[in-house]
Design a protein around this ligand. Structure first.
Ligand code: CU
Ligand code: ZN
Length: 368
């Protein structure tokens, strides 16, 4: 079938919204009609050419929510009409990592996905006979996409797709960092560095876990206001004295949990230093640039601080994304403040511009 999609033709150039061909879903694959898709930093990062593992041409987009149209042979976990969220982090439920409760890093299709292919090593996307590669196994800046069954989370039909798509990436990453990775305990003190989509999700996750005090740190007063809305008890403008301020406010010890959601290694270092002596846990969620390193004074570790990282918030997508969506449906999580702009697929480059200007949290492309 012919579909409209936003193609990254060349790094550093605006995306080209154009017609491409999409093949039928093969065994284990599903045809999804997109209804909404968030515009995320990872899309922009790849489009810019800064990611050395990036490739073109490809159809970008990875924060999709949509409806199952058709399924390939052997697909049993979704049927046409199901509402789904796309997962760049799949869950095969069979590999050694899926079998472990300690990680969400499914191994099933990693290699092919990283190269831009579906699990059988081919693409369903093409143009005039030339293959176009899939991005993050999702390629959701498009009217339709074909994805592996193991990369789709079936969610409540009640969920609004514009809100549901937020759970495909940043929001689940932040929520999961607090709930799954750090397992924040009730009554604790938490600090979240960075109040973008991921940091705001972490603030909400700390609140849902019953944290007593949640300090949000960011450069933007507007984002800090959003953090207050998600449950931050304190909202501080970031500065060189932030660590000292945290130590002062915690009797000289530091916070029980710190979260880094900016991707800046200098801030990661602050997050480690602000974690409490004895048991403080620093969770690194932001993605640093390729080749950058994090400097940690070993004494900080010897004296009981721990550092861990989290990808997609440790969320096992097919099992847990539906549960996280339920938090919003049940009124325990207000996702509306995250949607700052609604745009059409043709305006995807404007979505990038808004992000570069740090205007709002998320632009969501709607297709209906
Ligand atoms: Cu993303
Ligand atoms: Zn797996």
């Amino acid at each position: 079938m012919n579909i409209r999609a936003a193609v990254l033709e060349q790094f550093g150039q605006p995306l080209n919204v154009t017609e491409v061909e999409l093949g039928e879903p093969r065994a284990g694959e599903v045809l999804v009609r997109l209804r909404a898709c968030g515009v995320c930093h990872t899309d922009l990062y790849t489009a810019s050419g800064a990611d050395p593992s990036g490739y073109a041409p490809t159809v970008l987009g990875h924060e999709g929510a949509g409806v199952v149209e058709r399924v390939g042979e052997g697909v049993a976990s979704v049927v046409p009409g199901d509402q789904v969220v796309t997962l760049f982090s799949p869950q095969c439920r069979e590999c050694v990592h899926c079998a472990s409760p300690d990680t969400n890093l499914c191994l099933a299709i990693r290699e092919q996905q990283n190269k831009g292919y579906l699990p059988d090593g081919t693409t369903r996307l093409s143009r005039a006979g030339e293959p176009i590669r899939h991005f993050m196994g999702t390629s959701t800046f498009a009217e339709y996409t074909v994805m592996p069954e193991i990369a789709l989370a079936r969610i409540s039909p009640e969920a609004d797709p514009e809100r549901a798509c937020l759970f495909a990436c940043g929001l689940s990453t932040g929520l999961g960092a607090a709930i799954n990775t750090a397992k924040v305990q009730a009554g604790s003190t938490c600090v979240v560095f960075g109040a973008g989509m991921v940091g705001l999700g972490a603030v909400a996750g700390c609140r849902l876990q019953g944290a007593d005090r949640i300090i949000a740190v960011d450069l933007s007063q507007r984002r800090l206001e959003l953090a207050r809305g998600q449950g931050a008890t304190d909202a501080w403008i970031a500065g060189p004295d932030t660590v000292q301020r945290i130590l002062t406010e915690t009797g000289g010890f530091g916070a029980d949990y710190t979260f880094e959601a900016t991707g800046l290694v200098s801030v990661m270092r602050q997050a480690v230093e602000a974690a409490r002596m004895g048991w403080g846990l620093c969770t690194v969620v932001g993605v640093a640039g390729k080749g950058e390193t994090l400097e940690v004074v070993p004494r900080l570790l010897i004296t009981g601080r721990r550092v861990c990282g989290s990808s997609f918030g440790g969320v096992k997508g097919r099992d847990q994304v539906p549960e996280l969506v339920q938090l919003y449906l049940g009124g325990r999580l207000d996702v509306d403040p995250f949607i700052s702009h609604r745009i059409g697929l043709d305006e995807v480059n404007r979505g990038f511009e808004l992000m570069e200007r740090q205007d709002g949290i998320r632009s969501v492309i709607t297709f209906d």
